[in-house]
Structure formats: C-alpha cells, structure tokens
Design a protein around this ligand. Sequence first.
Ligand code: FAD
Length: 514
Amino acid sequence: MSGTIEQGRHFKGPFTDECDVVVVGSGASGAAVAAVLAESGLKVIIVEEGPNVDYREHAKMRPTESMRAVWREGAFSASVGIGDNPVVNVTMGRAVGGSSTITGGVCFRTPEYVLNTWVKERHLPTLTPQNMERFFDQAEADSHVQLVPEHLRSRSTTLWDKGGSTFGASLKPTRRNITDCQGCAQCNFGCPEGRKWSVDRTYLPRALRAGARIISDCRVDNVTTSGGSATGVTGVLLNRDLKAGDTFTIRAKRVVLAAGAAHTPLLLMRSGIGKRSGQVGKNMTLHPSIRMTARFRDPVNGWQGAMQSAYTDAFEHDGVTLISVFVPPAAIMVGVPGFGPELMDRAAKFPHLAMFGGLIHDDAGGRVWKIPGREPLMTYHVARDTRPRFATALRKLAEGYIAAGAEELYLPVLGHPAVTPDEFRRLDVEKLPLRKWEVSSQHPMGTCRMGADAAHSVVNEWGQTWDVQNLTIVDGSTVPTSLGVNPQLTIMALALRFAEHLREQFARPTASAA
Ligand SMILES: Cc1cc2nc3c(=O)[nH]c(=O)nc-3n(C[C@H](O)[C@H](O)[C@H](O)COP(=O)(O)OP(=O)(O)OC[C@H]3O[C@@H](n4cnc5c(N)ncnc54)[C@H](O)[C@@H]3O)c2cc1C
C-alpha cells in the first residue's frame, strides 16, 4: 500500500472534515464501494478502526503476531452457544483492508440456486444470476481471480481426492485471488510472496489514486442523523494500545456502513437506528466450519502446496461443502488429542498428518447484541435443519481419508480420543453432542439483511436502510441467507452493485434515496 494512508494514531488533537460519502470500514465491501465512488469524482473518506499494516510487513510476521496485529481480538472472538450448541470461534480482520487481508484467497460466485432463492423466496427480483453476472466478472477481474493449478495441490489434498473419488466426490480446483502462488500455505497470515490480491492492494490504492482519503485507527461510534436522514459519523482516534483518544466528526451527504456483519449492527444499535424493523443484529449465519485430521503411514508433508486448492460440491444438497485446508503446524497441533508421551509421539508424526475442511450451509441462528464495551456479544443457536449437516460433514471428511488408507483420525470433538477407521465406522456420529464440537467461522453474515420490506429486513435491495435516508449498508451483514460457499466474491460483487446505484443517485441528486 502506498504511504498516503493517514494513520489516526499519529494525529495531534481532534479533527473534523466533510465529504460526499463517508465509508465506515475498509474491508472487502467498503474498499470496493470507495474505489467506484471516488473514481466517479465524488469526495470520499474511508475511516477504518484497525491499523494500517503494509502487506510486506504483515508477511514477515509469525502467525501469533499477525493475529495480534491484523485480526480482531487476536482471533479470539467467539459466539456463545447456549444448551447443546457449540462455541464458535468467529474470526474477523481488523486492519486497513479488513478481513480481505487474512483470507485463504478462495473466490466462489454465489451459487445460482442461492440467487434464485433470493429472487423467489426473499422477493429480491433484481438479484438474478443474469443481473449479477457482470458484477462477478468485474470483482474477479479487479481481484485477479484464477484457477488453482493441479500441481499446487498438497498431498493432504490429493489423498482426500483419492478417497473421495471412490464415492463420487472427486475434487474440483478452487479459484483464488492469488497469482503465481508458491504453495507455502500461509495465506491467512499475509502472503510471504505478496501474491494475494486483497483489497488493500486492489480497490484501496485505486480509491487513493482517485483522491479518496483513507484514515486508519478511527473507530466510528455513532452515525449522526437529522430529520430522518444520515448526516455523518462521529468517533474516536485509537492509539497503539486501542485506547480511545481524541474525537473526530465527519459530515457527509451519504453514509456507507461497511464495518462487517458483527460491527455494522452494533453501530446501528449504538446510534439508535433500525428499531423499526426489529431485525438489526438478528438472522446471523456463520457457515460453521470443522476440520478433520488424519494420520497416514507414509509422510504427507501437507504444508507443501496451496492452502485451499480444491473442493467438492458433491454434498451441496446435504448443505455441506468440503474444501482443502492445511493450516500452519502450530494450529494443527492444538487439535491433536493426548497428553505427555502420547502427545509427543503424535507430534513426532506431524509430517504424516493430512487435514481437510467442511463448511456448513446454515440457517440463520445467530444474533449480535449490544453490551457495554467496544465489542458486541454474539450468540449462535444451530437451527434444527442445520444440525444433521454437522454429522454429514464429519462422516464425509472421515470416509475420504479412510478410503485413502488413513490409520488414525482426530475428530473435531473436544475430549474425544483418536479413533481407528474401524472405531470410526462403529461411532454414532449423530449422537456426539454439538456443544463439544470444535467449530470455527470466518464468514459471519446476514445481521442487517436485505429484504423486500421493513418488517423482515434492515435494508432494501440497494442497501438503503428502511429507517434512515442517505444511509447505505454494503457489507456482509446485508447477505440475505448463507451461501454454502466462501463469501468474499459475493460481498464484493454486491458492493459493486450498491456502488453503481449510489453513483447513479449522485448523478441525479433530486432522485429519491431509496
Ligand atoms: C481468517 C479468514 C479467512 C477467510 N478466508 C476467506 C476465503 O478464502 N474466501 C472467502 O470468500 N472469504 C474468506 N473470508 C471471509 C471474507 O474475508 C469476509 O466475508 C469479507 O472480507 C467480509 O467483508 P466485509 O466488507 O463485510 O467486512 P470486513 O472485510 O471484515 O471489513 C470490515 C472492516 O470494518 C472495520 N470496522 C469495524 N467496525 C468499525 C468501526 N466502528 N469503525 C471503523 N471501522 C470499523 C473492521 O476493522 C474491518 O476492517 C475469510 C475471513 C477470515 C477472517
């Protein structure tokens, strides 16, 4: 990133400014909207709570350092599960470039059947596959999306492919916003080779070149309104220790919220906006994800290859997508069962471990709540129709590695001992209590969902809030249902669409805001 991003932590004293559009959050959606609007000649200011960490500096960090510098709450944010529900580790980025800087790079278009659901069941008639196509094309071109070549598959991936092929689930290559990948499996912690085209390297430099102001270390605490219209934002400058310092005020003709699915609803609640719908913060989907580790007799050396190179949609209609993932060794070892000599023995066999992931297409069961302090409380209840999908994902993950010759499986279930293939076959997976499952989410969405009316949604199909004029939400919180696939391309494509609409509105200033 060029040096022209202003760092709020170095500001001396409060500041005020005014502009056509203030964008809150510089992640996948905010960056895309800012670039389009700045390039159309509008005066745009982007305010980002997190720090500005140059991608070259990020790439030098150890995973634990990256998590403290760029991930929200050091990657320890979680949704609380009440009753027989898992605690879900919900990770998010908190930096210039947002979560885009820490993705595995995987880019899926929204599946057509999901878009058709939005059109037919959510009454969003303009979100057809045909209408969305040019926005997907644009987001892919802007982000340098390309197929992962087969030679970049790790042995951890090819082993699952070998097993999955025996029951009709052979793998397809993923597409990623990564070019000339060297296959070191570090994508989530900044690409050491600088080959990942996250938005800090695509849309934000474009916005800067077009004259936008980008300011890091600025946490927006309130959207200001007057007479039912948004007029700007206020917030605080954060120093290095996240301590709130001086205040800032930005007056704007249009406020665009892109703070992500956990923080945009929090901001609305703090500003007292969105009460009419009663939907703010509700309907959160997570794409709960699990990982299966398997030990093979021969070395696998699973870290050699692209982290997320292949997937299968063979179980799409069971609500499960399986996707390769080989996270750094330290993160794998925390999930290996055993203590003392038993654990040391397993650690010595680390090169023999393979790992594959499962993502669950979930129904809305989560909620974001406002509580004292700077972070929201998240709760997540696995909806009834979603529950069997956990067992399906686990079974398929295990069956793939068993068919490929795995000797031992480490289940993502707390306290569960390692099992042999025979022991797994005898296991009643459906009876494993969900509260004990180790589940993570990188994809919170839906907390300010788009919809056809104010009774069931927070924004209309153009991201305009039902309650307040001149206030548009463009981030993952607007996505009406879970997708069943990784969401960054969907979020960027929707953001480009929202931006185009906003640009047209500025060109016709007398038109209605909705
Ligand atoms: C570890 C990880 C891996 C992922 N891998 C993939 C992948 O491979 N493929 C894929 O498709 N998706 C992936 N995702 C998901 C994807 O990154 C997100 O869905 C997407 O970036 C969300 O875009 P967004 O604009 O809604 O929010 P974000 O990109 O999260 O941006 C929100 C920004 O708003 C800022 N913000 C929040 N509150 C405030 C405030 N009050 N004031 C100012 N700024 C604020 C935040 O600090 C953040 O920078 C991954 C996510 C994570 C965390």
